[in-house]
Design a protein around this ligand. Structure first.
Ligand code: SF4
Length: 575
């Protein structure tokens, strides 16, 4: 039996699976298939971008695979540097040509929409699925249950008769258990080797699903996962160990609504009380099994957890800084600074509480780390179009961001989006403000980009900062675009055509609103192009042309003798 997993990508509030990220979904599915007796060589994995390139044998595989599994669903779609999520037309075309059993699942089960500000449609009504089945709960559990019991590899019984599939309509839809993903996460770790970015792919790690708050934000789909199902620390660590043994070196603990609340306990507060000792075990365990990892980052943290439990949160942040790699981000879902919107949508924290959380993270994490970025900084997510939004909401949000900027604090990123209302959330059918304020939203976003993002970026990575290990990813009009592998990486444009899939250190030379310009560090002055020399920090066009005209320089002394600004440039150069 052959199975083909097509990764159409996922982007959820608490899970990312767009290259260079690989989400847990395909890995868990591969693990479930292994447990049903399929060998590694019979489990094939293609990202949708790879499939579009039509690699040898892919067309045949789509037609002939006994089981075709499509993962899809962008609940918070973004813009991606070199990846395009699967389209509804592509899903339908795949299912038309496939001759095997066809299953689709992932966040698409909650519905789909192409952009924020537009309500999501149900997948079954909005797509022509033919005889494909939508996994209405967890796709990994559905795939596992598709197999006839007693077949495949049985614990303690070895290999049973050849794996056989049931009719999909006879399979119950259910959530997987933490015990199941404990096993499947390990068994499916081999799949990273089939990722097109391997070994430079970021493995998204799951610690738990389900929001621990007693009330939930009006727009959020996380409550659909039920109560928080914390995975045992040992399971997460064992999964990292398996991924590491297959060559994975880049990790993000991103699949949870609030990392600080991992294994939190109910102490009667607005969120679970954090357990610093558990986070210490998690991070120490990961470092023990993956001693030479290249990146260990996190994603979501709830600002109300920090505001409600500052001591425990501080302890956890210290643990994170001790074990992680620098350039890390605590993404705070602030959503709005408007008290009326906060109240109408059950949002988690007031602007004062978020401000305190930003201050705490800055006090511990603003120091520059080994990769050139601060150790850990807060990111802020805003959602517009929520219930109760008025024109004043935009002003209040802007004022809050100005306050953060004027207070000398650092923010790593500000994400501003319009709500995508999903069926079953209180927001569904009540997102009229998103359409009504569309123009206002675009103007406001523009103002934030110019007046907040730009000065903030100059503060986070001042000119002359050296960023380590920027991976060159795309060429465009003579510029190479690259990023450090990590959480919310900064986009770097280098005015030179550098080989793709190679790493370079970069000196920051200029700032856009959400990206920076840089030159390779150190710059080999005698072979550098004029375009690169012109980017050297603090050098005017005329002076840069004079430096370029003076090439070659025999050594540092020769450079200093012949270039009047030589002293301040030396630290960026190599001879
Ligand atoms: S705090 Fe709100 S946004 Fe965050 S997971 Fe819970 S319900 Fe969702």
């Amino acid at each position: 039996m052959k199975a083909l997993i097509i990764d159409g990508y996922v982007d959820e509030p608490a899970c990312l699976g767009v290259p260079p990220y690989i989400s847990p979904y395909p890995r868990y599915i591969a693990g479930a298939l292994r447990e049903r007796g399929l060998s590694e060589k019979d489990i094939h994995y293609l990202t949708i971008d790879r499939l579009r390139e039509n690699p040898p044998g892919a067309g045949e595989l789509v037609k002939k695979a006994d089981l075709l599994i499509v993962i899809a669903g962008m609940t918070v779609p973004g813009k991606y540097l070199r990846a395009s999520p699967i389209t509804p037309g592509e899903i339908e075309a795949l299912f038309r040509v496939s001759g095997g059993v066809k299953v689709i699942g992932g966040p698409i089960r909650l519905g789909f929409s192409c952009e924020g500000g537009k309500a999501a449609k149900g997948a079954e009504s909005g797509l022509s699925l033919g005889d494909a089945v939508l996994a209405r709960m967890d796709i990994e559990a559905f795939v596992f249950d598709l197999f006839e019991e007693g077949r495949g590899k049985q614990p303690g019984k070895g290999m049973q008769p050849e794996s056989k599939l049931k009719a999909p309509e006879n399979v119950e839809h259910r959530f997987r258990t933490t015990a199941e993903i404990g096993r499947w996460g390990q068994k499916g770790a081999f799949l990273v080797r089939q990722h097109p970015d391997y070994p430079y792919c970021m493995c998204e790690l799951e610690t738990y699903r389900g929001c621990g708050r007693p009330v939930h934000c009006s727009f959020c789909t996380e409550p659909f996962y039920g109560a928080s199902d914390y995975r045992p620390v040992e399971d997460v660590v064992s999964e990292v160990s398996c991924l590491y043994s297959h060559g994975a070196r880049y990790f993000r603990i991103g699949r949870q609504p609030d990392l600080l609340s991992y294994h939190g306990t109910d102490a009667g507060g607005p969120v679970p009380k954090p357990e610093p000792e558990v986070l210490e075990r998690l991070y120490r365990g990961i470092r023990n099994v993956a001693p030479d990892l290249s990146v260990l980052h996190m994603d979501n943290a709830n600002p109300i957890t920090i505001a409600a439990y500052p001591e425990e949160s501080e302890q956890i942040l210290r643990t994170i800084i001790k074990y992680h790699t620098s350039g890390d981000v605590t993404a705070f879902g602030m959503e709005s600074a408007d008290p009326k919107v906060i109240s109408a949508n059950n949002l988690k924290a007031t602007s004062e509480e978020v401000f305190e959380a930003i201050r705490l993270v800055n006090s511990l994490g603003a120091v520059r780390g080994a990769n050139g970025l601060p150790e850990i900084l807060p990111g802020l997510n805003f959602v517009h179009g929520l219930m109760g939004e008025t024109k004043k909401t935009f002003q209040l949000n802007y004022d809050f961001l100005s306050l953060v900027l004027d207070s000398g604090l650092l923010l790593r990123r500000i994400n501003i989006r319009q709500v995508m209302a999903f069926p079953g959330t209180p927001m569904y059918g009540r997102d009229e403000a998103a359409q009504k304020h569309k123009k206002l939203f675009l103007n406001y976003k523009d103002q934030v980009r110019k007046n907040i993002d730009l000065p903030m970026l100059r503060r986070v990575v001042p000119e002359g900062t050296v960023l380590r290990d920027v991976m060159c990813e795309v060429h465009e009009n003579g510029t190479t675009f690259g990023r450090q592998l990590g959480s919310y990486p900064l986009l770097v444009g280098i005015p030179s055509s550098l080989p793709l899939r190679t790493f370079t250190d970069v000196t920051v030379t200029g700032h856009g609103m959400r990206s920076i310009t840089g030159i390779p560090y150190p710059l080999r002055i005698n072979s550098a192009s004029n375009a690169l020399i012109r980017e050297l920090p603090g050098l005017g066009r005329k002076a840069a042309d004079a430096v370029a005209a003076g090439v070659p320089y025999a050594d540092r002394e020769d450079f200093l003798r012949r270039v009047s600004e030589g002293e301040k440039l030396l630290r960026y150069l190599e001879f």
